[in-house]
Design a protein around this ligand. Structure first.
Ligand SMILES: NC(=O)c1ccc[n+]([C@@H]2O[C@H](COP(=O)([O-])OP(=O)(O)OC[C@H]3O[C@@H](n4cnc5c(N)ncnc54)[C@H](O)[C@@H]3O)[C@@H](O)[C@H]2O)c1
Length: 254
């Protein structure tokens, strides 16, 4: 699949990594549909990219909104070739913290609802739409990219719900690729390391430089452009399927 003339749905498309993919698609002749919260920067981003982008305010944890958003995207641009599930939250709490407070179950549920169930709901709706595409090179009809995390592989203190949600996305990679092969749809998962996006907004410079130090080489945080370039590779190389790719400069979380 080439980026030119492709249509991509990007959840969390107004956020750091998602917006990187949206810009990559539009800069290379594709179209982007931004699925993000009404409170996000989605409207401004779509306005900046004019006819090549559409913002559909969507909470991915709401099944009715997801179904309506995918229908709107297909009606607007005629098809969907790519879906990138980048919507996510990463609230932190120890299972039992030093004050004796337990991990709040509403935090657990909300994290799984958005990061895991939301991603699955989006991809099943998108896969149905993709299954109607005219097959391209290698009889391909579409590509789904899920965004996991290094935390989904190694775990991270204070991130039980996040780790569970991202670990599940990692485990689903090959399963989904097998399920969707009958429709010519590929599935790839990215496990980013530490990326310089609004998700890291609350961190001061000292903490940021500690995080940079975790990267073995190169000694810098990842960027939205790094992520978007990887998605572009996935689009162009149809033999990539059912695989997890770490985008983390050899980081292993402590
Ligand atoms: N930044 C990192 O270091 C890092 C590392 C590993 C994995 N990730 C993952 O990458 C993805 C993108 O993260 P980012 O760094 O760009 O963060 P970000 O906070 O900049 O973007 C996340 C986006 O998701 C949107 N979102 C949140 N809840 C939503 C919902 N219910 N419905 C629709 N949209 C919703 C937010 O509005 C935001 O625009 C996330 O899944 C995150 O877990 C990020």
């Amino acid at each position: 699949m080439q980026v030119k003339d492709s249509v991509g749905i990007v959840t969390g498309g107004a956020g750091g990594l998602g917006a990187g993919v949206v810009r990559m698609l539009v800069e290379n002749g594709g179209k982007a549909v931004i699925l993000d919260l009404p409170s996000s920067r989605g409207k401004d981003l779509a306005a900046e990219l004019a006819d090549a982008a559409l913002f559909v305010p969507t909470d991915v944890s709401d099944a009715d909104q997801v179904e309506a958003a995918v229908t709107t995207a297909v009606a607007h641009f005629g098809k969907v070739d790519l879906a990138v599930n980048a919507a996510g939250i990463s609230p932190a709490h120890r299972v039992v913290d030093r004050k004796g407070e337990m991990f709040p179950m509403d935090m657990w549920q909300r994290t799984l609802d958005i990061n895991l169930t939301g991603a699955f709901d989006v991809l099943r709706n998108v896969a149905l739409a993709m299954s109607k595409n005219v097959p391209g090179q290698d009889a391909e009809r579409g590509l789904i990219v899920n965004v996991a995390s290094a935390a989904g592989l190694e775990g991270q203190a204070g991130q039980a719900a996040y780790t569970a949600s991202k670990g599940a996305l990692v485990q689903l990679t090959l399963q989904l690729a097998r399920d969707l092969a009958i429709h010519g749809i590929r599935v790839m998962t990215v496990a980013p390391g530490i990326m310089d996006t609004p998700m890291l907004q609350g961190l001061d410079d000292k903490r940021k430089s500690e995080l940079v130090d975790l990267h073995v080489f190169p000694k810098r945080l990842g960027s939205a452009e790094d992520f978007a370039r990887l998605v572009r590779c996935f689009m162009e190389i149809t033999l990539l399927n059912g695989e997890l790719v770490r985008l983390d400069a050899a980081t292993r979380l402590g």
